[in-house]
Design a protein around this ligand. Structure first.
Ligand code: GDP
Ligand code: MG
Ligand code: ZN
Length: 305
């Protein structure tokens, strides 16, 4: 058996790169085998350029999202992640919160990559929000992938160098433009991957890994843009623990099983009222919990949905 790394994935259709640097199409043994880009796997030959994945090594971490039915792995074994946002069209703070919680719950450091900074007016309008994220300890990296590719590479290089980084983001924020700016042959490589995985697959619907050119090295993983980002795989407690501003307040609510919504004596709600906790993030957190409850109700009793 040989070791390999999964470098592209579209459902059960995968592409692996052996330690000798050879890329091959791969399939999993079972229908339900969970394999993601970034996984270390053991492979055996299946026939002409095809291999089968026999086993997956234990993961250091996995970046997941989920809907009510199941969780989906986006990538595994990451050093860090970056969520691409932009001032125009306006990014969704709720989606941003969801992504930050998903990363925080796995202990994956995540930065905000603020693209399209050439749109100076729109950029100025969100400065207060960016300051709020910086205060929470998130790194905010400003760039303009289309307007200033060279400056963008310079701004991102120190963060990307030597790391395995997952880039994700809501559609329309400029993630594809950013990937093409960082990896000039990404378009060509994507067409090759598309062919290897089976022709006709839409190039933006799979996750793929690219080596970063240049002296600093590093690897970047591009993932499909999303319009929703479910956190059904995380309990309320896991979500709470993934919000850095809540951490110093944990254990200070009147009830030990406080859900931090309507309960009397809730320390987190009180902090959102006096401004110690960002009230926008607090309101989004409450909404997220409400949505999650209505989804589990709908699952328990489909007729009520
Ligand atoms: N003004 C401006 N527009 C950009 C920039 N980067 C990307 N865009 C535009 O934003 C739109 C969405 O870009 P795309 O890369 O397809 O976004 P994706 O959906 O996140 O992959 C396109 O019209 C891009 O030309 C930038 O730095 N500045
Ligand atoms: Mg795109
Ligand atoms: Zn509380």
């Amino acid at each position: 058996m040989t070791s390999a790394t999964v470098v592209a994935g579209f459902g059960r259709h995968l592409l692996v790169s052996t330690d000798a640097g050879e890329q091959m199409a791969a399939v999993t043994r079972g229908r339900n085998a969970r394999v993601a880009v970034g996984d270390r796997v053991r492979i055996t030959a299946l026939g002409a350029g095809q291999v089968v994945i026999e086993s997956v090594d234990t993961r250091r971490n996995e970046f997941k999202r989920s809907d009510a039915a199941r969780s989906k792995m986006i990538a595994a074994n990451l050093d860090q992640a970056g969520v691409v946002i932009a001032p125009q069209p306006p990014f969704s703070e709720e989606l941003l919160l969801r992504v930050l919680i998903a990363a925080g719950a796995e202990g994956i450091p995540i930065a905000l990559v603020l693209n399209k900074c050439d749109l100076t007016q729109a950029r100025a309008a969100i400065e207060t929000r960016m300051q709020a994220y910086r205060r929470l300890g998130y790194r905010v990296i400003e760039c303009a992938a289309r307007a200033d590719p060279e400056g963008t590479r310079a701004a991102l290089q120190p963060w990307l160098a030597g790391q395995r980084t997952l880039l994700l983001g809501e559609s329309g924020m400029g993630k594809s433009t950013l990937i093409n700016c960082l990896v000039p042959e990404a378009g060509l490589r994507t067409r090759e991957i598309s062919e290897a995985l089976g022709s006709g697959r839409h190039t933006t619907t799979f996750t793929r890994m690219f080596e970063l050119p240049g002296a600093g090295g590093g690897v970047i993983i591009d993932s499909p843009g999303f319009q929703s980002f479910g956190l059904e795989h995380l309990s309320v407690s896991q979500r709470v623990h993934a919000m850095p501003e809540f951490a110093p307040l944990l254990g200070k609510c009147r009830f030990h099983n406080c859900t931090h919504r309507e309960e009397p004596g809730c320390a987190i709600r009180a902090a959102s009222q006096d401004g110690t906790v960002d009230p926008i993030r607090y309101r989004l957190f409450v909404r997220l919990t409400d949505q999650s409850q209505s989804q589990s109700l709908a699952r328990a009793n489909p007729r009520r949905a």
